[in-house]
Design a protein around this ligand. Structure first.
Ligand SMILES: Nc1nc2c(c(=O)[nH]1)N[C@H]1C(S)=C(S)[C@@H](COP(=O)(O)OP(=O)(O)OC[C@H]3O[C@@H](n4cnc5c(=O)[nH]c(N)nc54)[C@H](O)[C@@H]3O)O[C@H]1N2
Ligand SMILES: Nc1nc2c(c(=O)[nH]1)N[C@H]1C(S)=C(S)[C@@H](COP(=O)(O)OP(=O)(O)OC[C@H]3O[C@@H](n4cnc5c(=O)[nH]c(N)nc54)[C@H](O)[C@@H]3O)O[C@H]1N2
Ligand code: SF4
Ligand SMILES: [Mo]
Length: 899
C-alpha cells in the first residue's frame, strides 16, 4: 500500500470566541492531529486544553447521519418537503408569527445569514432568535445604547498593552484560556501591568490578579457608578473628550453621585472592603491605559445592559476608548457569536447591523434581498419565544445547533413547551441529545472538520473553518438545509447558492449596500472575491470597506460614534437588585457557569476521555461556613431546590465561594447525568432591555441528600444503568465510569451487576470470572468481572460516599491481565504501592494528576510552575492548568485527594 501524504488544513477552533487558528492533519490511521496555527493572530500557535483535544471529538460514533421523521430514517426529499409543507400550512392558517427558528452562535456565518434571510425576508416574521440571547444580547444592547451600533472598539492586543486590565464577571482563565495565557505572558514581560478581577467567586482567573473584588452578586452597577463619582471628585474626567464626543454626561454623573456617593457606601452596597474599593478606584483613576473586559457575570443579569453601560460610561468619561491598551471589551462566548450579530440573527435586529423601525434600513434590506414581504417588527426573544410555544401560539419551530432543553432557564417549562408543540425540527450533528426526543423531524448536520464557512471572533476577526474530513453518511451543511426548505417554500431564486462562498459574497455585499459610511459593519472589500480567494482567505478584521486592503483593529479612537449627532451616550443608571431575591425559604444565591474542560452540553467535549478527567461529576460548590451550617460534608450529595425545580449535585466545599452563594456548572444534561440539570433550577427572569436571562442569580435552598447506598461501576463497554437516583456517566480511555447512588438496595449486588453487564452483551467475549468482597456489617460490597484474565467491569458500593479512588482503578483497564497481586489490590480498591494513585487530572495534555503534583510540591520541594513543568511536564503545553498548579503551590496544607 502506498502511504498517503498527510495534508494539513488551516481551520478555526469551534469552541470559544477567542477564535484560535488550528492546523488539522489527518493521519494515515484516520486519526486527526491538532496543532495551534502559528500564523493566526488570535493564538499565534497556542491552543488550550479543549482545542488541543479536538482530535478526540471527530469520530463518527454517536453521530446523526441520516434524516429522520418520528424515529424512522427517511430520504432528504421527504424530510425537506415535510418541513416546507408544514411551515407553509402553519403560516397560511395562523400567519407568519406562528412559526419560528431558534439558532445558534455555533452556526457559521453563511448558515446564519440564510436562516435570517428566510425568516425575516421571506416568511416575513421576526421570529428568529438565537442562543446568543442567553449570552451576548446585553452587550449588544449596551453597545447600541452607548455607541449607536453594536461595536467592540478594541482588539486582543489591547489586553496585552494595557497597564491595568479589569476582568468583570469573566473567568477568562477557563473560558478564554488562550487569551488568558497571552495576558499572563504580557504581565510576565511587564510586571508593572496590574490586573483586577471582579467576580463574586475567587476563580482561576485570580491567578494573575493584583486585586480581587468578590462583590455581592448583581451589584456591578453600584460599583461602577461609584467609580464614576470618584473620577469626578478626583479630577479624573477627560472633559475635552466628553465635550466633543459624548452626551448624557450630566445626568449620568448625577445618577452616579446619587446611588454611590462615597467609598463606604459602595463598599456596603457591594459587600466589599472599603480599602479594596478605594484601591480599585485609585488604580483605575491613575492608569490611562486601562482595558475593562467582561463576559457572562455582566451579561447574564436582569440588569445586564445597565452593567455593560456602567462599564462603558467610565471609559467614555475618561476618553479611554479604541486607543492602544484602552477600552471597554466584551468577550464573546461562542465561536461565531460575532458573526451572528453581523447577519442580524437576534430577533430584534434586521441584518448587517440594520434595525427594525428604521425605514431606510427596511428599504435597503428588502431591496437587496428582493423581499417585498420583509418583517417589519422584531420577533420574540428566546425566553418569550419558548413561552409562546408553550402557549400554543407558535406552532412550528426549527432549532439549529443549540440545545434549549438544557441551556434555557426553567428548562422543565421549555421541555413541556416543546412536548406540546405541533411541529419541531432539530438539526444537530449528534444522535443522542436531550432535545432529540422532542423532534418530529431530525436533520443530520455536518460537524466541525466537515463544514465549510466563516466565523468571527471577539476582536471582529473573520476566519475560515475549512473541511478536512469526508462528508459522513447523508449529513449536510446547515445552510444547504435552510436553502432547500426556502426553495420548497417557493423562494427558489432567493436561495439558489452554489456554495458557502456565494452566500458569504452576498452577506458582504449587503453590508456595503447603500452604506456610505452609515454602518461600521462594512466588509464590502470581500463582496466580490471569487471562490478560490474565499477558500484562501486569511484572518481579516472588519471593517474592511470596498477597495480597502487591511482590516481595522480599533474603532472610535477619535470619536465618530454612530448616534445621529456623532456622539456616544453616557447612560444614567440606578442599581437594581436581581429580580428574584433570596428569602427564608430560598436563602442561597445559585450562580452557574463553566468549567475548564467541558463545552456547554458536553456533546463534543464529553467524547474526550482526557477532558472528562478534569472534573468528572457535576458539583455544587459552597463556602465552608455555609456547609457547616447546612450539615454538608465534602463529596456527599446535596439536593438543591428553587421555585422552578430541583437538582442533585456532589458537594464541593471551598472558601473560593462567598457566604450565601452556591456555584454549579451548566454542562450536565440528562444524557450524562440524572437530576443534575442546572437549568431546571434557574429562574426565567430576564433583562427588560436585552431579554437576556439572569443565569447567575436564582434563590435556592440546600439540603443534605442521604441515599441508601453510594457506588460506582466501571465497565469496559458502555452500559444501560437505570433505576437509581444518581447516575453520572463519564467516558474514559478504554472504559466508562458510572457514578451511582440509590434509595432502594438490590437484593443481590452481584446478580444486579451481572444483569447490567449482560444486557450490554459483554459475556460473549468469553467465560466471565468474578472476584467478590462483601462486608455486610458495613454494607460494603465490591466485585469485579474478568474475562480471560482481563478486567471487564467492577462495582464498588458503600453505605456512605466514601469509596476508593476511581482514577487508579481505571488504570487497571489498560492491563492485558490482572495477576494475583493486582486482583488483591483491585478488591482493596487501592494500589499496593503507595504513589500509584495520581488523583484527578489537573493537566489534561499530559494526564498529570493532582496527587502527583502534590507529591512533587511536598517531596521534591517544587515552588514554581516552571519546576513542575520540568519535572512532570504538567502545564508545559497549553498552560490551561497553570492557574490550578499555582493555586496548589500557594496552598499551605496540601493534602492528597481521593478521586
Ligand atoms: N471551558 C469552557 N469555555 C467556554 C465555554 C464553555 O462552555 N466551556 N463557553 C463559551 C461561552 S458560549 C461563553 S458565553 C463564555 C463565558 O465565559 P465566562 O463569562 O467567563 O464564564 P461563566 O463561567 O459563565 O461566568 C463568568 C463569571 O461570572 C461570575 N459572576 C456571577 N455573578 C456575577 C455578578 O453579579 N457580577 C460579576 N462581576 N460576576 C459574576 C461567575 O462567578 C463566573 O465566574 O465562555 C466560553 N468559553
Ligand atoms: N444556567 C446557565 N445556562 C446557560 C449559561 C450559563 O452560564 N448558565 N450560558 C448560556 C450561554 S452563554 C450559552 S452560549 C448557551 C449554550 O447552550 P447550547 O447552545 O444549548 O449548548 P451546546 O451544547 O453548545 O449546543 C449546541 C448543539 O448543537 C450541536 N452542534 C454543534 N455544531 C453544530 C453544527 O454545526 N450544526 C448543527 N446543526 N448542530 C451543531 C451540538 O451537538 C449541540 O447539541 O447556554 C446558555 N445557558
Ligand atoms: S481558547 Fe481554546 S477553546 Fe477558545 S478558541 Fe482557543 S483553543 Fe479553542
Ligand atoms: Mo455563550
Amino acid at each position: 500500500m502506498i502511504a498517503m501524504p498527510s495534508l494539513t488544513t488551516k481551520t478555526t477552533c469551534p469552541y470559544c470566541g477567542v477564535g484560535c487558528g488550528v492546523l488539522a492533519t489527518v493521519q494515515p490511521d484516520g486519526s486527526v492531529q491538532i496543532q495551534g496555527d502559528p500564523e493566526h493572530p488570535a493564538n499565534y500557535g497556542r491552543l488550550c486544553s479543549k482545542g488541543s483535544a479536538l482530535g478526540d471529538t471527530v469520530g463518527l460514533e454517536g453521530r446523526l447521519l441520516h434524516p429522520e421523521m418520528g424515529g424512522r430514517q427517511v430520504g432528504w426529499d421527504e424530510a425537506l418537503d415535510t418541513i416546507a409543507t408544514r411551515f407553509q400550512q402553519t403560516i397560511v392558517e395562523h400567519g407568519p408569527d406562528s412559526v419560528a427558528f431558534y439558532v445558534s452562535g455555533q452556526l457559521l456565518t453563511e448558515d446564519y445569514y440564510v436562516a435570517n434571510k428566510l425568516m425575516k425576508g421571506f416568511i416575513g416574521s421576526g421570529n428568529i432568535d438565537t442562543n446568543s440571547r442567553l449570552c451576548m444580547s446585553s452587550s449588544v444592547a449596551g453597545h447600541k445604547r452607548a455607541f449607536g451600533e453594536d461595536i467592540v472598539p478594541g482588539c486582543y492586543e489591547d489586553l496585552e498593552l494595557a497597564d491595568l486590565l479589569v476582568l468583570v464577571g469573566s473567568n477568562t482563565a477557563w473560558c478564554h484560556p488562550v487569551l488568558y495565557r497571552r495576558i499572563a505572558k504580557a504581565k510576565e514581560d511587564r510586571p508593572g501591568m496590574k490586573i483586577v478581577v471582579i467576580d463574586p467567586r475567587r476563580t482561576a482567573a485570580c491567578e494573575l490578579a493584583d486585586l480581587h473584588l468578590p462583590l455581592k452578586p448583581g451589584t456591578d452597577v453600584a460599583l461602577f457608578n461609584g467609580l464614576m463619582h470618584y473620577l469626578r471628585r478626583h479630577d479624573g474626567l477627560d472633559f475635552a473628550f466628553l465635550e466633543q464626543h459624548v452626551s448624557g454626561f450630566a445626568e449620568t454623573l448625577a445618577a452616579a453621585a446619587n446611588s454611590s456617593p462615597s467609598i463606604p457606601a459602595v463598599a456596603l452596597a457591594c459587600g466589599l472592603e472599603e480599602k479594596d474599593v478605594a484601591k480599585f478606584f485609585q488604580m483605575f483613576h491613575g492608569t490611562p491605559k486601562t482595558v475593562t473586559a467582561w463576559s457572562q457575570g455582566v451579561n447574564q443579569s436582569s440588569s445586564g445592559t445597565d452593567k455593560v453601560n456602567a462599564i462603558i460610561n467610565v471609559h467614555l468619561a475618561t476618553g479611554r476608548v479604541g486607543k492602544p491598551g484602552m477600552g471597554p471589551f466584551s468577550l464573546t462566548g461562542q465561536p461565531n457569536a460575532m458573526g451572528g450579530r453581523e447577519v442580524g440573527g437576534l430577533a430584534n435586529q434586521l441584518a448587517a447591523h440594520m434595525d427594525f423601525g428604521n425605514a431606510g434600513h427596511q428599504k435597503i434590506v428588502s431591496e437587496f434581498w428582493n423581499a417585498p414581504n420583509l418583517a417589519t417588527r422584531p420577533g420574540l426573544k428566546a425566553v418569550d419565544l419558548f413561552q409562546t410555544i408553550g402557549e400554543g401560539r407558535i406552532k412550528a419551530v426549527w432549532i439549529m445547533a443549540t440545545n434549549p432543553v438544557v441551556s434555557l432557564p426553567d428548562a422543565n417549562a421549555v421541555r413541556r413547551a416543546l412536548a406540546s408543540c405541533e411541529f419541531v425540527v432539530v438539526s444537530d450533528c449528534e444522535d443522542a441529545t436531550d432535545l432529540a426526543s422532542y423532534a418530529h423531524v431530525r436533520l443530520p448536520a455536518l460537524a466541525w472538520g466537515e463544514k465549510d464557512g466563516t466565523v468571527t471572533n471577539s476582536e471582529r476577526c473573520i476566519s475560515r473553518q475549512r473541511p478536512f474530513l469526508p462528508v459522513p453518511g447523508e449529513a449536510k451543511p446547515d445552510w444547504w438545509m435552510v436553502c432547500e426548505v426556502g426553495k420548497r417554500m417557493g423562494y427558489a431564486d432567493a436561495f439558489d447558492y452554489k456554495n458557502a462562498a456565494a452566500i458569504f459574497r452576498e452577506h458582504a455585499g449587503l453590508s456595503a449596500y447603500h452604506n456610505e459610511g452609515q454602518r461600521l459593519f462594512d466588509i464590502g472589500a470581500l463582496a466580490e472575491m471569487d471562490t478560490d480567494t474565499y477558500d484562501e482567505l486569511n484572518p481579516t478584521q472588519w471593517p474592511l470597506v470596498k477597495d480597502g486592503k487591511h482590516g481595522t483593529s480599533r474603532l472610535f479612537s477619535d470619536g465618530g460614534f454612530r448616534h445621529h449627532d456623532g456622539k456616544a451616550r453616557m447612560i444614567a443608571l440606578s442599581p437594581k437588585p436581581p429580580k428574584e431575591s433570596v428569602d427564608e425559604d430560598y436563602p442561597f444565591v445559585l450562580n452557574t457557569g463553566r468549567i475548564r474542560d467541558q463545552w456547554h452540553t458536553m456533546t463534543r467535549t464529553g467524547r474526550s476521555p482526557r477532558l472528562n478527567r478534569h472534573i468528572p461529576e457535576p458539583y455544587a460548590e459552597i463556602h465552608p461556613d455555609d456547609a457547616k451550617r447546612q450539615g454538608l460534608e465534602p463529596n456527599t450529595l446535596v439536593s438543591l431546590e428553587s421555585r422552578w425545580g430541583k437538582a442533585l449535585a456532589r458537594v464541593k466545599i471551598s472558601a473560593d465561594q462567598q457566604l450565601g452563594s452556591v456555584f454549579m456548572p451548566m454542562h450536565w444534561s440528562s444524557q450524562n447525568a440524572q437530576q443534575a440539570l442546572v437549568n431546571a433550577l434557574v429562574n426565567p427572569a430576564v433583562d427588560t432591555i436585552s431579554g437576556e436571562p439572569e443565569s447567575k442569580h436564582t434563590p435556592v435552598r440546600l439540603q443534605t441528600y442521604h441515599p441508601a447506598w453510594h457506588g460506582f461501576l466501571i465497565s469496559r463497554h458502555p452500559l444501560e444503568v437505570e433505576g437509581m437516583e444518581w447516575r453520572v456517566v463519564v467516558r474514559g480511555e478504554n472504559h466508562w465510569v458510572y457514578e451511582l447512588a440509590g434509595v432502594t438496595t438490590p437484593d443481590n449486588w452481584r446478580e444486579w451487576a451481572a444483569s447490567i453487564i449482560a444486557s450490554a452483551g459483554v459475556g460473549r467475549e468469553g467465560e466471565p470470572e468474578w472476584l467478590e468482597y462483601a462486608d455486610s456489617s458495613q454494607n460494603r460490597y465490591r466485585c469485579a468481572q474478568l474475562v480471560e484474565g482481563r478486567l471487564a467491569a467492577c462495582l464498588f458500593v458503600n453505605r456512605n460516599h466514601e469509596l476508593p479512588a476511581r482514577d487508579w482503578l481505571t488504570q487497571l483497564f489498560a492491563e492485558p491481565r490482572l495477576d494475583a497481586k493486582a486482583r488483591m489490590s483491585l478488591l482493596a480498591g487501592r494500589p499496593s504501592t503507595a504513589g500509584d494513585d495520581q488523583g484527578r487530572t489537573v493537566c489534561a495534555c499530559f494526564g498529570v494528576g493532582y496527587n502527583t503534583i502534590a507529591r512533587a510540591i511536598r517531596q521534591q520541594a517544587c515552588t514554581t510552575t516552571a519546576q513542575i513543568g520540568d519535572r512532570l511536564k504538567a502545564g508545559s503545553n497549553c498552560g490551561s492548568c497553570i492557574p490550578e498548579i499555582k493555586a496548589m503551590l500557594n496552598e499551605a496544607k496540601l493534602e492528597e485527594i481521593r478521586s
